[in-house]
Structure formats: C-alpha cells, structure tokens
Design a protein around this ligand. Structure first.
Ligand code: NAX
Length: 328
C-alpha cells in the first residue's frame, strides 16, 4: 500500500458527511490500494456527535482507513491535505432569506480559505455547503491555492436531471449524456436539455414533448431539493454524498471522449459569464487531471433567458459578499 492520501471533510458530524465519510474510508473513491487519512473538522458543539461517527468508522475496520484526526481548527484540518470536501455550514432556518444565509455562512469560508494555504500543492477543493458557488468564490478569493483547484457542486443537479430524462424516455440512466447544468446550485439553475443526448441522439429528438422539457423537467430539477425536504423532513443527504463522490471522480479521471459533466468553477469569461464568478459549466477532465470548460455549445433564445436569469442571481450573491472577497 502507498502513502495515505490526506482528506479533509468539514461538517463531519452532519448528514451528508455521515454518508460521505464511510464511502471515502472504504476505498470507493481513491481505490482499494490507496489508504486514506481523514481530517474531520467540526464546530466545538458538534464534537460529541462526531466522536460517535469516529467510533462507527473504527467499527467498520476498513483496511483502507489509515487514521482519523478530529479537530475544530481549520488550520489543523487542512494541514498537508490533498482533498478538501467543504460540506460544513449553517443550514437555512425558517424565515431565513437566501441573502441571510449567504451573510451567515460567508465568513466561514474566509477563515477556511486562508487555512487552505496549509494544504498540499496538489490540493483539490470541493465546496458543498450552501450557497456553495458563492462560498467557493469566497474561499478562492481568500486563499493562495490556485483558483483552478477549486470547484463547487452541481453534480447532484446533473444526476437528478439525468434520472428524470431517463425516466421520461424509458431508457437506462447511462444512456443520458452531455448534461450541463448552468449557473447556480439554486432553484434558478438551468439544466440544459437542448444540448443533452439520449443514446447519442438529441434529447429533443427522443422526448418531443417540448412543454414537458421546458416546464416540468426544468422545474422538477430546480425544485427537487425542496421536494426531498418536504417528503423526508430533512434535506438530501445520501444523494448529495453520492454526488460528492461522482464529482471528485470526474475531477480526477479523464472524461469519456466527447462527453462532459457539470461542476461550478471559476469563469474565464466563457459564454459571457463574468470572469472570476464561480458558475456551473460543462467541463472535461484531461489525462493530466486538468479541466477545460467545454466551448461552442449553443443555447436557444429561450435557454439564454434562463441562463441570464441564473447569471444575474450569482452576480447579486457576489454583491452581497463583496467585502469578503479579498483578492477582487
Ligand atoms: P447538516 O446541518 O446535517 O451538517 C452541517 C454540519 O456542518 C453540522 O454538523 C455543523 O455543525 C457543521 N458546521 C457548521 N459550521 C461549521 C464550520 N464553521 N466548520 C465546520 N463545520 C461546521 O447539513 P448537511 O445536510 O450535511 O448539509 C451540509 C451543507 O450541504 C448544507 O449547507 C446544505 O445546504 C448543503 N447541500 C449542498 C448541496 C449541493 O448540491 N451543493 C446538496 C445537499 C445540501 O443541501
């Protein structure tokens, strides 16, 4: 067995972590011959719960789990790590506006962004804690870690969109490809069915019910998180954890030829998105582990309206936290 890969997970006593940690520790993400050392970050009030999670990790006797460090200090959690899964944040409470949540959680990502300077040179950072795109923007702007090493999660939205299209078309999920979710992990995101394919055919040629695509499909994907909360009484956790693993794998493994996946990364100005904004794009990963934003996709006037709507939302979020963006 090689040297352990050091992985930090924040919000380690929370719901998503309760699923993510066991899957990482089991070797599912980094391989059965790659030991993992987990650095678990929580707030002091959650340490009791976290100690129970650590007991359960021990009780799994995973051969790939080389060790666990528990801390409430970001500088300790991020020391020498090669992956940071930034899941921890305050959930949205009753009566809380999105802008309130941004202002409550934003400062967490200032301090954690600075602490990421202690990570390994090849660190990759995935921000999951909401509002994840703007939290990622804050962490990126408060860290010396190169911006291309940061991303935030649109993968749950991509997975939801693929499952919905496959269900409508009566095909296996694996038949759905080329699914971009543009913009923000919010109910303004635009899951792009115009450029997606089913069995190599345009979705619009397989599912010819355009009102269903434009209304039911888009709205269902946008509102899926709320639907899960309503049904389950708490927010998506196992599916979010699954998306974390899918996202991380997609960032490390070359993308299947011609296909793409969705993640939010720093804009380079592609598709008219303000440079520097963290925005959901279609991406490809190359053999050397670098990513490119897929170029040249066309959007109808209708789709561009959706795109601009979510772009404006992210511009507004950036305005709300502009005092937290050191580098801008
Ligand atoms: P939980 O409330 O179960 O867990 C969050 C944990 O974060 C708690 O244990 C809390 O103590 C901890 N925490 C709070 N502040 C912290 C800090 N400064 N440092 C370290 N830990 C801290 O939420 P959970 O269901 O696990 O969701 C976590 C986050 O993921 C939420 O912000 C949620 O909105 C977001 N989600 C993002 C998704 C995405 O696709 N990007 C989908 C799922 C999820 O909604």
């Amino acid at each position: 067995m090689s040297n352990p890969i050091r992985v930090a997970v924040t919000g380690a006593a929370g719901q998503i972590a309760y699923s993510v940690l066991f899957r990482i520790a089991s070797g599912q993400l980094f391989g059965k011959d790659r030991p993992v050392h987990l650095n678990l970050l929580e707030i002091p009030q959650a340490m009791g719960t976290l100690s129970g999670v650590v007991m359960e990790l021990e009780d799994c006797a995973f051969p790939t789990l080389a060790g666990v460090t528990v801390t409430d200090q970001a500088a300790v959690a991020f020391d020498g790590i090669q992956w940071a899964f930034m899941i921890g944040s305050r959930p949205r409470g009753a009566g809380m506006e999105r802008s309130d949540l941004i202002r409550i959680n934003g400062p967490i990502f200032v301090g954690q962004g600075e602490a990421l300077n202690r990570s390994a040179d090849n660190v990759r950072v995935l921000v999951v804690g909401n509002p994840c795109n703007t939290n990622c923007l804050i962490a990126m702007n408060n860290s010396d870690v190169p911006p291309e090493r940061f991303s935030s999660m649109m993968r749950l939205d991509q997975n939801r969109a693929k499952a919905l299209l496959a269900g409508k078309a009566g095909t296996p999920v694996a038949a759905v490809s080329h699914l971009a979710v543009w913009g923000n992990h919010s109910n303004r995101q635009y899951p792009d069915f115009e450029n997606a394919q089913i069995n190599g055919q345009p979705v619009t040629a397989v599912i010819t019910d355009l009102p269903w695509l434009q209304e039911t499909f888009v709205n269902t994907v946008q509102e899926r998180g709320a639907a899960v909360i309503k049904a389950r009484g708490s927010s998506s956790a196992a599916s979010a954890a699954n998306a974390v693993l899918d996202h991380a794998a997609a960032m490390m493994e070359p993308t299947r030829a011609g296909d793409w996946f969705s993640a939010a990364v720093r804009s380079d100005g592609s598709y008219g998105v303000d440079p520097g904004l963290v925005f959901g794009f279609p991406l490809r990963t190359h053999a050397d582990g670098s990513q490119e934003i897929v170029q040249g996709l066309s959007l109808s006037t209708w789709a561009r309206g959706k795109f601009d709507h979510v772009l404006n939302e992210l511009r507004t979020e950036r305005e709300v936290v502009k005092d937290l963006l050191k580098k801008s």
